[in-house]
Design a protein around this ligand. Structure first.
Ligand code: ADP
Ligand code: MG
Length: 146
C-alpha cells in the first residue's frame, strides 16, 4: 500500500487512519518499524498517530533520548513507545531499556524510527513503513515495503 501526501497535515491524516485500523496482538507488542531519511516525515506521522490515541504531550524526535513512553488512558493500547535508533549501532545499545519486556507487552504499541538500523530486534510480524521525499512538501508513504 502506497500513499502520496502533499502536506504534514495529510501525512497525519494517514497516520490517524492507520492507527484506527490497528489491533493489539495477544502475544506481544505491536511493532511498527519506520524508515526514511531525515526530514522525510517519520516524526510527523507519529505525532498524528499519537494525537489520535489521545496522547496530549507533544511528540518530539527522541534522537537524543532513544526512547520515550506515553501512557494511553482507556484505549486499545495502554502504552505508546517511541524509539529512535538513529544513533544505535548494535543490539547492545538497547541494554538497560527493558526492550524485551516492552516488546512482550500485548498492550504496547511500539514505533521505531530508523528501525532498519537494527532490523533483527523487530519481530517477524512487525509492520514496516517507509517515507520518501518527493520534493517540497510531497512525501511518499509505503506500507509493508519489506
Ligand atoms: P523525520 O522524523 O523523518 O526526520 P520530521 O517528521 O521530523 O522527519 O520532519 C518532517 C518535516 O517536513 C516537518 O517539518 C514537516 O512539517 C515537513 N513536511 C512537509 N511536508 C510534509 C509531508 N507531506 N509529510 C510529512 N512532513 C512534511
Ligand atoms: Mg524523526
Amino acid at each position: 500500500m502506497e500513499y502520496q501526501t502533499n502536506s504534514a497535515q495529510e501525512t497525519q491524516k494517514i497516520a490517524r487512519e492507520f492507527v484506527e485500523n490497528l489491533s493489539p496482538k495477544e502475544d506481544g507488542a505491536l511493532v511498527v518499524g519506520i524508515s526514511g531519511d531525515l526530514g522525510a516525515g517519520k516524526t510527523t506521522f507519529i505525532q498524528g498517530l499519537a494525537g489520535s490515541l489521545g496522547v496530549e504531550e507533544k511528540i518530539l524526535s527522541p534522537t537524543f533520548v532513544i526512547m520515550k513512553r506515553f501512557e494511553i488512558g482507556g484505549g486499545k493500547f495502554a502504552n505508546l513507545y517511541h524509539f529512535d535508533f538513529y544513533r544505535l549501532e548494535t543490539e547492545k545499545d538497547l541494554q538497560g531499556m527493558d526492550f524485551e519486556e516492552i516488546m512482550s507487552g500485548p498492550r504496547n504499541l511500539v514505533l521505531i524510527e530508523w528501525a532498519e538500523k537494527l532490523k533483527n530486534v523487530l519481530p517477524k510480524d512487525a509492520i514496516w513503513i517507509k517515507f520518501e521525499h518527493g520534493g517540497e512538501d510531497k512525501r511518499k508513504i509505503i506500507f509493508n515495503f519489506q
